[in-house]
Design a protein around this ligand. Structure first.
Ligand SMILES: [Ca+2]
Ligand SMILES: [Ca+2]
Length: 75
């Protein structure tokens, strides 16, 4: 029960964060949105190589975007 609740909170926060990164609201986070999001939300200026690494890590279907309904973020 407790674990389930924690999972739900985590997912809700994740969705919330995702929305903030997804500027144009198309349900995907592109490399540019990731870059802007890191800069504005986290105050981190990442190098292109670092962004590519993060993107490659999260983008499981390798289409170049992070999608919320992809495997990692799916419900
Ligand atoms: Ca987007
Ligand atoms: Ca993807």
């Amino acid at each position: 029960m407790l674990a389930e609740t924690a999972h739900m909170v985590g997912l809700k926060e994740l969705r919330c964060a995702f929305k903030q990164f997804d500027c144009d609201g198309d349900g995907k986070i592109t490399m540019d949105e990731l870059k802007e999001g890191m800069k504005t939300l986290l105050g981190e200026k990442l190098k292109k190589g670092e962004l590519e690494e993060i993107l490659a890590d999260i983008d499981l279907n390798k289409d170049g975007n992070i999608d919320f309904d992809g495997k990692r973020f799916g419900t």
